[in-house]
Ligand binder design. Structure first.
Ligand code: BES
Ligand code: MN
Ligand code: ZN
Length: 505
């Protein structure tokens, strides 16, 4: 269900919407009277009434604090006040818009106005944050529940509008278009993650990539390698993971090529469409959400869906080694030794550490296009979730400049990313007595780091950032107003902003 978004000129008085959203630091309010004097509105009547009410409600105006104030009148209407803390930031706006949309949906209200007399401070980025907040908050996966589908239809929002000073309208509208592209890409990734594993097989990922290529009208090329072609290229690690499943594996190479001779970025996504653990079988509760193990691939495809719409001026390649990790009579066995596409051999001691195996071969394939940087997104380790919790992506990088750019991109996207170290001392834990390395350490600690160190063995000198999204790729419960329960599409907006930050030469 999509939401009609609009940008309109702010006028004196309250707009005719059911949810009227203003921002407040606890003292001043972004009411329309303030249009001439951005943010600071002290004397107006509306501000005084709101202030008095909020004093009673003990509203402090802290960042992300919200308060719904019923407005007098015949119809159910609320003044929805979003706390800004000390400073109004784009993330406060994004979350505030999302919270207002959630409020409307929860109360059965259908029209939302966001009053933004401060638009000049943010320009087009305001429109972008507004669109992202509104669209991502409104997202629901309804494909298999008639009841939820019906409720969503019944509660569909009629209008979410952003009210800005007239001279800002054009810039903000451009931002809304940009934010709509970001949000659509994220929602595509969410859809792919939310599909059950029996519906989102390696072959289905291929079909999704084909749809994206088709919609790009020639801007995106797609090459698919089947099992035999992967074998020809020596992808022994990927095929070892795939061999326990009856589902055919597929290797996807997606290319967005605006013009020759541009800098090349490679995106690699982990594409395990179901991770049972293989013969090193997971316990039942550890398997419940393992349809999400292709979230990295989903985010990479989400990014590709946006690139042609943006007429993006950088050549981007995507690599996805897609398969299921299943136990069976043909499954890879603990103790097996495989040869990766790079030539390095790996002793597989735990078949549940499969992501790094498939990624090793995908990285080798990525390096063939000589990218100036490789970014990988992978639901790689439970250890990363232990380290950072469910809402923070772990970042590993061999390059300071790349790490810095990714962190800044995440910050402006409003996604939590925290850098973890590639401690060289831990590398020795991956030493095998029979192969070049083994796929686990046999130690309990530092699992996110050793998994990243495993990948690093295949990266060579290419600048690289690895995003371990095991925690934030799926929301068990809603804690962020723009992230409903289920697949989150994490990484899509960070990667898009990262790409934007690169020089295009
Ligand atoms: N796909 C899992 C990691 C994961 C865990 C993702 C929880 C999302 C939520 C990965 O393939 C895995 O099983 N990793 C093992 C590695 C271990 C065997 C060294 C893990 O984290 O337990
Ligand atoms: Mn696993
Ligand atoms: Zn996995």
């Amino acid at each position: 269900m999509s939401v009609p978004l609009s940008v309109r000129p702010v006028r004196r008085g309250l707009p005719a919407a059911e949810v009227i959203t203003v921002f407040s630091d606890g003292k001043t309010f972004s009411l329309p009277e303030a249009a001439a004097r951005p943010v600071r509105s002290r004397a107006s009547n509306g501000a005084r009434v709101a202030r008095e009410h909020l004093q009673r409600a003990a509203f402090k105006g802290e960042a992300h604090e919200t308060h719904a104030l019923p407005l007098p009148g015949r119809t159910a209407r609320t003044l929805f006040i979003v706390g800004t803390g000390k400073a109004l930031t784009l993330d406060v706006i994004r979350r505030g818009v999302a919270a207002a949309v959630q409020h409307a949906k929860a109360e059965g209200l259908r029209t939302v106005s966001i009053i933004a007399p401060f638009a000049a401070v943010f320009g087009s980025e305001l429109g972008r944050a507004f669109a992202e907040g509104a669209l991502l908050a409104n997202y629901r996966f309804t494909a298999y529940s008639a009841e939820t589908a019906k409720r969503e239809k019944r509660l569909a929002l009629q209008r979410v509008e952003l009210l800005v000073p007239p001279q800002e309208r054009k810039a903000v509208e451009e931002g809304v278009q940009r934010g709509t592209i970001d949000a659509s890409a994220t929602m595509l990734a969410r859809d792919l993650v939310n599909e059950p594993a029996s519906r989102m097989t390696p072959q289905s990922l291929v079909e999704e990539a084909q749809k994206i290529a088709k919609a790009s009208r020639g801007a995106i090329e797609l090459t698919i390698l089947d099992r035999a072609q992967c074998a020809e290229r020596g992808m022994g690690a990927f095929l070892a993971v795939a061999q326990g499943s009856t589902a055919e594996p597929a290797f996807l190479h997606v290319v967005y090529r605006p013009a020759p001779k541009l800098p090349i970025v490679a995106l690699v996504g982990k594409g395990i469409t179901f991770d049972s653990g293989g013969l090193s079988l997971k316990p039942a509760d550890g398997m419940e959400t393992m349809k999400i193990d292709m979230a990295g691939a989903a985010s990479v495809l989400g990014v590709f869906s946006a690139l042609p719409k943006l007429k993006f001026p950088i050549e981007v390649h995507g690599f996805i080694a897609a398969c299921e990790n299943m136990p069976s009579g043909s499954a890879v066995k603990p103790g097996d030794i495989v040869r990766t596409a790079s030539g390095k051999t790996v002793e597989i001691l735990n078949t549940d550490a499969e992501g790094r195996l498939t990624l090793a071969d995908a990285i080798a394939e990525a390096r063939k296009v000589r990218p100036q940087v490789i970014l990988d997104l992978a639901t790689l380790t439970g250890a990363c979730v232990v380290a950072l919790g469910e809402e923070v992506t772990g970042l590993f990088s061999n390059d300071e400049a790349t790490a810095g750019k990714v962190l800044r991109a995440a910050e402006s996207a409003g996604e939590y990313v925290w850098r973890l170290p590639l401690i060289p001392e831990y590398r020795s834990n991956l030493k095998s007595s029979v192969a070049d390395m083994k796929n686990i350490t046999g130690k309990r600690w530092g699992g996110a780091i050793t998994a990243a160190l495993f990948l690093k063995e295949f990266i060579g000198n290419t600048p690289w950032a690895h995003l371990d999204i095991a925690g934030p790729s799926y929301a068990e419960k809603q804690t962020h107003p723009a992230i409903p329960v289920g697949g989150t599409g994490v990484g899509v907006r960070t990667v898009l902003r990262y790409l934007e930050s690169l020089p295009t030469r």
